[in-house]
Design a protein around this ligand. Structure first.
Ligand code: 13P
Length: 252
């Protein structure tokens, strides 16, 4: 089964309001009319509506970097899935390693968010990935498979079409130290095998698995050429429209 590549820009806690609008417009101009590759941008929460307006009418979709698993109420500082949908989000990134490791999100919390997001009908990018010491201790597959297994607990096969998994080895994030295509492919294949065990071969073949960690225009083609790499979740390089567009073009 051929999977359409999916390139998403995770802007993290970067840009200003005017900078975000400018970047979004530039991305829309660079890649907003092609439909060979699915493209999304995930700005900081406070700029979602502005960025949504800037990409309106293009094929660039809007995504958020996080959400909470309740609809409303006394959850100071949190934002619900419905609020994200209300401002035009099609995607939400959940379980990013920075949220897991800097902000203390457990697999169980990530799972509650995944379940809530899918029941509210937004598409999920579920991030998984091992720390350097876990890789060095030979625990990569165990860690990643546990994160996938718990992250997807209770998710039915029928909604798996709304799930993208992003493999982001933590040691490759923001470090310039990209996983080799072979290292990434090995983990992607293992993730797909696990999805097959959980949901069957057809779902495994249809599920998109992005790679994330120091992806740039110059290394994207060889990563995207791997059999089980179906796109990229891009941090730093998504903050420059031409660089990000170069990654999208590498997938065309
Ligand atoms: P970098 O591309 O900056 O390494 O970040 C990757 C990432 O964390 C995307 O979510």
């Amino acid at each position: 089964m051929s999977r359409k590549l999916f390139i998403a820009g995770n802007w993290k806690m970067n840009t200003t309001r005017s900078g975000a609008i400018e970047l979004a417009r530039a991305v829309a101009v660079e890649v907003g009319s092609q439909d060979q590759v699915d493209v999304a941008v995930c700005p900081p929460l406070v700029y979602l509506a502005d960025v949504g307006a800037a990409i309106a009418g293009s094929r660039v979709a809007l995504g958020a970097q996080n959400a909470y698993f309740e609809n409303e109420g006394a959850f100071t500082g949190e934002v619900s899935i419905r609020m994200l949908q209300d401002v035009g989000c099609r995607y939400v990134i959940l379980g990013h390693s920075e949220r897991r490791h800097l902000l203390g999100e457990s697999d169980e919390i990530v799972n509650r968010k995944v379940l809530k997001a899918l029941s509210d009908g937004i598409d999920v990018i579920l991030c998984v990935g091992e720390l350097l010491e876990q890789r060095e201790a030979g625990q990569t597959m165990d860690v990643v498979q546990r994160q996938v297994r718990i992250g997807l607990e209770g998710v039915s096969q029928t909604v798996m079409a709304k799930v993208t998994i992003a493999y982001e080895p933590v040691w490759a994030i923001g470090t310039g130290r990209v996983a080799t295509p072979a290292q990434a492919q090995e983990v992607h294949a293992a993730i797909r095998e696990l999805v097959g065990k959980l949901y069957g071969a057809q779902t495994a073949a249809a599920t998109r698995i992005q790679y994330g960690g120091s992806v740039k225009a110059s290394n994207a083609a060889e990563l995207l050429a791997q059999e089980d790499i179906d796109g990229a979740l891009v941090g730093g390089a998504s903050l420059k429209a031409t660089e990000f567009a170069g990654i999208v073009r590498a997938g065309m």
